[in-house]
Design a binder for this molecule. Sequence first.
Ligand code: GLP
Length: 241
Amino acid sequence: MILHKFKNQADLDRAAADLIISTVRAKPNAVLGMATGGTPVGLYKEIVKSHQQGLVSFAQAKTFNLDEYVGLPITHPESYRAFMQRNLFDHIDINPANTHVPNGNAADVDAECRRYDEMMYEQGPVDLQLLGIGHNGHIGFNEPDTQLSRFTYKVTLKDETREANKRFFNSLDEVPTHAVTMGMGSIMQAKAILLVVKGAEKAAILDATLNGPITTQVPASLLQTHPRVIVMTDCDVEYKR
Ligand code: GLP
């Protein structure tokens, strides 16, 4: 892993955006793995700015999002499809047909998971996967457990994850209890991974991710086995090799 530390979030957002932009400039039909949550909002703004300045086109790019809530209508502002439209897709020249987010409202969720995996297999591999991290070490919505899923699957969200995400809803009751997420296998298939970690309260889980044992109880620790992971953070952490 390569660790890049930043003094402020504005510099971090710019650097993360630049890595994504340079990936697409080098390969216009790049496949990008996208993430949601509070973390990527600023870097998406930087990408939009650069696009508006004519510095990057996404006309040939494809995207696959990590995850989506189950049972939240896509018209709900906190659905990950709505998040992506609002923060990125509506402001760049990407072909809407090339933006993929799992369908958390599919009548047959298991069939939707297989469809998503097949699409990723046919159109992938992902050139650059953007990741945030949950306080408990989840990536996508792969929650700590005794075993992790390789493929896209329906996951029961941990109480701490629903608690962390309740800030986006009116109350905890409104936070969905389940989500569809790319499995660890799909995430690890990406040619390169950009993990963005912001805020002092994530320093401990980032330290565990970088330096702790590789364990299913900290899903992000599996990234230690990936050959090309870039971590960008404003946390005060060291990478102890
Ligand atoms: C969410 C998402 C993750 C995200 C994480 C952290 O629920 N499923 O993809 O990385 O939790 O979110 P935030 O960036 O808001 O701290």
